[in-house]
Design a protein around this ligand. Structure first.
Ligand code: NAD
Length: 256
């Protein structure tokens, strides 16, 4: 379905980003990976699906690095057809104790990076006459939790940004949507599970059960693979009139 297209997935060396990259690659899309840590293992995993794979180590908190990432996509892949703004970090503290540098980093990586990638990649999509922009927001783009003021502000901002750009592109063949996962067991959430286990004196399994029971009625984690298949749907022809949505995949979290 996506043969000949190129997907740039930011923050795809682990977790949800890697899951989405693999789902898009299974549909034939060439993949540009980005993110910190080991890039060789994810590159090999994607390449095994028979598509072209590249990697750029841009720090998504830095506009100059993002410009270099898009220039790399243009030079090596002929541009970006599918942009998945996924890179994100979390930090948990009450607002009066929230470190200023953590606030700035969360806003830069979880929100402003999507502005920079979009402003740089959208002209190429419009010129080619097809494009998909998928922003990884969160249930925290729709509702809040205590101690996550920066993350909630960034994700609500990302949902608003999604709607605005979707309206600007509404009559074009480029669609813009957000995906809002509930709990997904990735390194980002494992840290919160570990913190809970330590704080409440329980083992990891019990900490996971408590985390889910508090918010997610299905009592199951959403998986990167399930989110990947939602991204594939948003790239399909059937989704051409899905525009400006914040699509939850959250086990019922935001239905409450
Ligand atoms: P993760 O920690 O597994 O992966 C995050 C990725 O972003 C990694 O590849 C990491 O290297 C990369 N990254 C971090 N800072 C970066 C930077 N400055 N520049 C470039 N890359 C950077 O996390 P995840 O859970 O897979 O999260 C992916 C996205 O999904 C995030 O935007 C997160 O907010 C969102 N999300 C996660 C959950 C969840 O439950 N895990 C729920 C809702 C939304």
């Amino acid at each position: 379905m996506l043969k000949g297209k190129t997907a740039l997935v930011t923050g795809s060396t682990s977790g949800i980003g890697l899951g989405i990259a693999l789902s898009l690659a299974r549909q034939g899309a060439n993949i540009i990976l980005n993110g910190f840590g080991d890039a060789e293992a994810p590159k090999a995993e994607v390449a095994a699906l028979g598509v072209k794979v590249g990697y750029h180590g841009a720090d998504m908190s830095k506009p100059d690095d993002i410009a270099a990432l898009i220039a790399y996509a243009d030079a090596e892949f002929g541009g970006v057809d599918i942009l998945v703004n996924n890179a994100g970090i979390q930090f948990v503290a009450p607002v009066q104790d929230f470190p200023i540098e953590k606030w700035d980093a969360i806003i830069a990586i979880n929100l402003s990076s999507a502005f920079h990638t979009t402003r740089l990649a959208l002209p190429g999509m419009l010129k080619k006459g097809w494009g998909r922009i998928i922003n990884l927001a969160s249930t925290h783009g729709l509702v809040a939790s205590a101690q996550k003021s920066a993350y909630v502000a960034a994700k609500h901002g990302l949902v608003g940004f999604t709607k605005s750009v979707a309206l600007e592109t509404a009559t074009t063949p480029v669609t813009v949507n957000a995906i809002c996962p509930g709990w997904v067991l990735t390194p980002l959430v494992q840290k919160q599970v570990d913190a809970r286990a330590a704080a409440e004196g329980v083992d990891g399994e019990e900490a996971k059960r408590r985390l889910l029971a508090e918010k997610q009625p299905s009592l199951q984690f959403t998986t990167p693979e399930e989110l990947g298949e939602l991204a594939v749907f948003l790239c399909s022809a059937a989704a051409q009139n899905v525009r400006g949505q914040a699509w939850a995949m959250d086990g019922g979290w935001t239905a409450q």
